[in-house]
Design a binder for this molecule. Structure first.
Ligand SMILES: NC(=O)c1ccc[n+]([C@@H]2O[C@H](COP(=O)([O-])OP(=O)(O)OC[C@H]3O[C@@H](n4cnc5c(N)ncnc54)[C@H](OP(=O)(O)O)[C@@H]3O)[C@@H](O)[C@H]2O)c1
Length: 268
């Protein structure tokens, strides 16, 4: 029997791929978008309205699901946005806005869904984080921090909820070919800024990594496997060999050697 799955940010990229794949496997999928009317008749699954940064929008979504009498078995906290810029020059409001979507949004969803899952004595929450959340990447500091914060919060939630049949885990993708780069907040490259050359260079590297990224279906396949696991690990990583290996290197190399590796990679 299939699960009832809620996928935030299912209008594009990884979320769309996850929602389509789980639907094709026979699960009942509810995807979300801030503008579902843009996508009428586009998807074989139901697309509901949700902005994870707006309390009322979250309340409305859960009201709709309750009316439909659909107990959520699985929540995929996928909605997220990118942000780039030198930390020194990125407006704090832009960083706060990023955290609202990437960190507080998923947490707000978790706060709504856990009581429902507890009632049903089962459920899985998968927080889509990022390999970038395991290290502070240059000119992506706010993004790395928002995803790293979600990683740590996931660990805390797991310890708090104990063994209630509910699994809360993270899945950290490497680079996948989606439109995330075109939607992210870019702090402007400021003329004569001490960061101008390095920031522009890093932006070019980041964009080429995303453009040449793997197929999002890999993430969808992993999600399909994880939701079937009775006792999953706290964290999973999916990406190219080198992206995954960079996490192993971070664990085994001396800190300054790892930092040097990143500096060489980003030509800093
Ligand atoms: N692509 C990668 O290489 C990569 C790597 C690591 C992690 N990730 C993470 O994977 C997730 C999906 O990224 P993606 O690459 O698929 O990007 P994407 O194509 O830009 O999709 C982002 C999705 O999030 C939704 N969204 C954005 N802001 C929202 C908000 N305030 N409330 C609700 N939904 C919102 C968008 O839906 P609407 O605009 O329709 O509302 C869209 O469906 C993100 O969390 C991202 O950080 C991606």
């Amino acid at each position: 029997m299939g699960y009832i799955v809620l996928v935030t940010g299912a209008s594009s990229g990884l979320g769309k791929s996850i929602a389509l794949h789980l639907h094709s496997l026979g699960h009942t999928v509810f995807g979300t978008s801030r503008n579902p009317k843009q996508y009428i008749d586009t998807f074989p699954f139901t697309l509901l309205e949700l902005d994870v940064t707006i309390k009322e929008s979250i309340a409305h979504l859960f009201g709709e699901l309750q009316q439909l009498n659909k107990p959520i078995d699985v929540l995929i906290n996928n909605a997220g946005v990118g942000i780039t810029g030198p930390v020194e020059e990125t407006p704090l409001e832009a960083m706060r806005a990023n955290f609202e979507t990437n960190f507080f949004g998923p947490l707000a969803m978790i706060q709504r869904v856990l009581p429902l899952m507890r009632k049903n004595k089962k459920g899985t929450v998968i927080n889509i984080t990022s390999i970038a959340g395991y290290m502070g990447l240059p000119f992506r500091g706010a993004y790395s921090a928002s995803k790293g914060a979600l990683n740590i919060m996931t660990e805390a939630i797991r310890l708090e909820i104990g063994n209630q049949g509910i699994n809360v885990i993270t899945l950290a993708p490497g680079d996948y070919a989606t439109d995330i780069a075109s939607r992210r907040f870019h702090a402007p490259v400021i003329n004569n800024s001490p960061y101008q050359k390095a920031y522009q260079g890093s932006l070019n590297t980041m964009d080429s990594h995303i453009d040449s990224g793997n197929d999002p279906i890999e993430i969808a396949h992993k999600v399909a496997v994880l939701i079937e696991q009775a006792n999953p690990r706290p964290h999973y990583v999916v990406g190219s060999f080198i992206q995954k290996f960079s996490l192993t290197l971070k664990k085994i190399l001396p800190q300054k050697a790892y930092e040097k590796l990143l500096k060489n990679h980003y030509k800093l």
